[in-house]
Every structure is written in C-alpha cells, then in structure tokens.
Design a protein around this ligand. Structure first.
Ligand code: MTE
Length: 319
C-alpha cells in the first residue's frame, strides 16, 4: 500500500524491482531461509505446528458458479507476495507471519445483535456450509491474482450472528498482538486493522469468509484462520485474521481510511476509470504471469454487485 505516512524506506519492493527479478531473488533467499529454519526447529515441534484441526475438512467442493478469465495464480507465487502490515510493510512477510498463533482462535460477535457471543473458530466452521470459489483479487496497487478460496458465504455468518434490524454495518477487526506482529509495534499505524461493509454488501452472495486456499487450511500469510474476500473491491477491504465482528448503525472507519482518507475510502469499489490520486487504475499486472490487462468495473463482478450502489451516487464509491 502507498500512504502519505510511508517513509522513504517503506517503498514497496515491487515498485522498485521488476517482478521477475523480485521472484528470482526471492527463490534464492527462500532456499537459504528454509535451510536455516530446518537447522533450528526440532522435528517434533514442526509436526505439531503443521497439524491443523480443520485439515480433514479439505478439499471442499468447488462451486462451478464463479469462473475466472485467467489462470489460477501459482500457490507459491501467491504465498510469497503478500500485504500483511502486521508483519511488515514489504511483500516478504510469509516467514515472519509464521509466528502468528492460530489456536485457540476465538471470534467475538457483538454490538447490535440479539445476543453477543464468542465462539471458537473450529466450532464455527463446523456449522458453516463450506465451498470452494475461484475469485480474482485486485489490489489497489494495480496488481492482481486469482485464488481458489475455501470458506463460506458471509451471509451465513450474519444469520448465525442475528443482528438487530437497526444494524446497518458490520465492522471487522484483526488480532492485536505486538509481541508476535512486529508491524504492530509501529505506533503511527492505527492498530488493530479494521474494515467494514454495509449489511447489504456483507449479505451479497459474493461476500465470502475464507478459511482455506488452494485446497488446504489458510496459510498464515494469507490471513489464517479466517479472512474476508470481497473481490469487487480493492484488496485492502479483504481483512485478514479476523477476531471480531461488530454490528453497528455507524459507518466504521477502516485502517487505511484512518491513515489517509483522501486515498483509501470506505467503499473502495474497483473502477478502471477512477484513478487513485497518485496512479492510474486502468490496468493491472497479473502477478506471476508477467502480463498487464485492462481492469474491469467492479473487478468484473458488476452483474453481482452493480445494484448495491443505487442511491449512493453522491459518495466516493471508487476510492
Ligand atoms: N488485512 C490485514 N489485517 N492487514 C493487512 O495489511 N492488507 C490488505 C488485505 N488485508 C492487509 C489485510 C491488502 S492491501 C491486500 S492487497 C490483501 O490483504 C492481500 O492479501 P494476500 O496477501 O492474501 O494477497
């Protein structure tokens, strides 16, 4: 992400390094890091770390409804080019993100609901109808990926949460643990990461809560154990590692909006005709393919979400 508060040394690496060089260099660095890790982590500890209580749920059945117009991004490429500011502002956060402890993982549901509650992630997912969906992901930085997410419709969580009829928005929050997430020790950021949707958006059939990717439990760098996928919006709306859903009648202020509202707004719907204040959104780089393509309105999902914004024409729907 680019922000006014970005210091010179926070220039995203992809902006400075052509993508093919970035990945070649990373392959070398990655091989070295793997050797170093193997030398220090005892085998027993590695096996324990690897066991995920949701492993047996995979693979989940793929929905044939959500089709891509491009190949699925290679899992390794996708899993080593991430935005997860809790672990640093470069794309290379996969390794530090492994420090995140994802069990026990408790999800809080509160605010304007019939009854506030807390539920363990493993109990929650076993009550949800799981499916796999192929989604495009378009970052506000003008790059994109295509991912097979496993998870469940956000609408199912909302049924489970039973919001009051007066609730208009759902506010989501990421974990807060500066001891493991070094980025959260950088106090100029408004931690924890927060995002929000209107209830009409969150109950739109495309809004998806992802618990896995590429037919397996979610890798930590993608936002384990539970993250949002709202593919018609810029990627920063798809909040990772969620611990709390609060229902409210007040529009939530998101992390990036709190940092720089003129560049990152509440709606953040993809629109190639509305440039970011500092760069064009007309095209996108398909990460891993070395290709640029025109960006589509609502990232190609207009048939699902076009109607959601009637009556909001006076708002900044595309920033
Ligand atoms: N969620 C949290 N908690 N922290 C983040 O830094 N980055 C966002 C979004 N969700 C972010 C986050 C941005 S800018 C993007 S593009 C996507 O996560 C990146 O998701 P990926 O790394 O799985 O591709």
């Amino acid at each position: 992400m680019h922000g006014m508060r970005r210091r010179g040394w926070e220039l995203p690496e992809h902006a400075a390094t052509p993508e093919h060089l970035f990945f070649d260099r990373r392959a070398l660095l990655g091989a070295g890091a793997a050797l170093a890790a193997a030398a220090v982590i005892p085998a027993g500890a590695r096996a324990q770390e690897d066991a995920d209580p949701t492993e047996a749920l995979y693979p989940v059945k793929r929905s044939d409804k959500y089709v891509l117009d491009r190949p699925i991004t290679d899992a390794k490429v996708n899993g080593s080019y991430n935005n997860f500011y809790e672990f640093g502002s470069s794309k290379l956060i996969a390794k530090p993100a492994q420090a995140l402890k994802i069990r026990p993982w408790t999800i809080k549901i509160d605010g304007m609901v019939e009854k506030p509650r807390e539920i363990g992630f493993d109990d929650l997912v076993r009550q949800m109808p799981l499916e796999e969906r192929l989604y495009r992901h378009r970052c506000v930085e003008a790059w994109s990926m295509a991912i097979p997410w496993s998870g469940f419709a956000f609408a199912k969580l909302i049924q489970f949460a039973r919001p009051l009829s007066s609730a208009k928005y759902v506010r989501m929050e990421t974990f807060l643990d500066p001891a493991v997430a070094s980025g959260q020790r950088q106090t100029w950021y408004p931690w924890p990461y927060v995002e929000g949707l209107t209830l009409a958006e969150a109950t739109n059939e495309l809004a998806f809560l992802a618990i896995g990717a590429y037919g397996k439990p979610m890798p930590k760098q993608h936002g384990a154990p539970l993250r949002l996928a709202v593919p018609w919006k810029y990627g920063f709306k798809s909040i990772k590692s969620i611990v709390r859903f609060s229902f409210t009648d007040q529009r939530p202020k998101s992390f990036w909006e709190a940092l720089q509202a003129s560049e990152y707004g509440f709606w953040a719907n993809v629109n190639p005709k509305v440039p970011h204040p500092r760069w064009s959104q007309a095209t996108e780089e398909l990460i891993g393919l070395g290709e640029r393509r025109p960006t589509l309105l609502f990232n190609g999902y207009a048939e699902y979400v076009g109607d959601l914004y009637k009556g909001y024409e006076n708002e900044r729907l595309y920033v």
